[in-house]
Structure formats: C-alpha cells, structure tokens
Design a protein. Structure first.
Length: 40
C-alpha cells in the first residue's frame, strides 16, 4: 500500500500514543525504503 503513504500535519494529531526507540524507528525507515524500492 505504498501508494497511500502521505504526510500529516502535526496540528491534526491529538495526543501521542507513545515513542519509538531509535532501533525501532530505523527499522520502520528501512521497511519504507524497501517497499518504495529505494536504496538503503
């Protein structure tokens, strides 16, 4: 569903649900790059 990736304005977000660790954030970033076919 990479065709549905989009940015969201922070003003539209209400309360944060949590925080990702640096390791988890890098894993998410890597997964997005893989799905978009971009080099890591």
């Amino acid at each position: 569903m990479t065709g549905q990736i989009m940015a969201s304005d922070k003003a539209r977000l209400k309360n944060p649900l949590g925080v990702l660790s640096k390791t988890d954030m890098l894993a998410v970033e890597n997964a997005i790059l893989v799905h978009l076919g971009m080099p890591r």
